[in-house]
Design a protein around this ligand. Structure first.
Ligand code: S3P
Length: 174
């Protein structure tokens, strides 16, 4: 998990391939369930509806067995969702600096309704980082790092130890 543009989907998919696990992207699952894009979901049903469905889908992942799940950028902000992830899996925060995310998202914010402006996104990012840092693992990702390299580091991290490293943060409130 991590902020928009962190590479959650592409990294999660490759990690699942490497581990031979099932892969599920929560946003894609929600779009399939709703039969429309996330943007449309926000327009028609509003964010609270989206968050409820997101949480339900997250809980449904318990039935998947060995799986890699890419969360949405806001999934881990909910305490209930965090508790679920803690109980059922190992969480990794893909820690990408905001400047890198902002560059990556340039021109690609239309499909991301919570990215209203660069300044708002920066504030959202700053408010969320303490939540993200409650992940079992925090993986700093450099701009120059390839997805393959990130996946290798992730596989090592998850394979060598089942004892979480801990992100350090004890509480977050957004
Ligand atoms: C959101 C991030 C999006 C998607 C929705 C809300 C957020 O996912 O879940 O637009 O609150 O940060 P990505 O992080 O995959 O873009």
């Amino acid at each position: 998990m991590g902020f928009m543009g962190a590479g959650k989907t592409v990294t999660g998919e490759k990690l699942a391939q490497a581990l031979g696990f099932v892969f599920l992207d929560l946003d894609h699952a929600l779009e399939s369930m709703a039969g429309m894009t996330i943007r449309r979901v926000f327009e028609i049903h509003g964010e609270p509806w989206f968050r409820t469905r997101e949480s339900e889908l997250l809980k449904g992942t318990a039935a998947l067995g060995n799986a890699v799940v890419s969360l949405g950028g806001g999934t881990f902000v909910s305490e209930e969702n965090r508790m679920f992830v803690k109980q059922h899996g190992v969480s990794v925060y893909l820690d990408v600096p905001f400047e890198v995310l902002a560059r990556r998202l340039e021109g690609k914010t239309v499909e991301r309704p919570v990215f209203r402006s660069l300044e708002e996104a920066r504030l959202l990012f700053e408010a969320r980082v303490p939540c993200y840092k409650m992940a079992d693992w925090v993986l700093p990702v450099a701009e120059s790092e390839s997805v393959t390299a990130v996946v290798e580091r992730l596989a090592d991290l998850l394979g060598t130890s089942r004892t979480p490293g801990g992100g350090g943060a004890k509480a977050c409130a957004t």
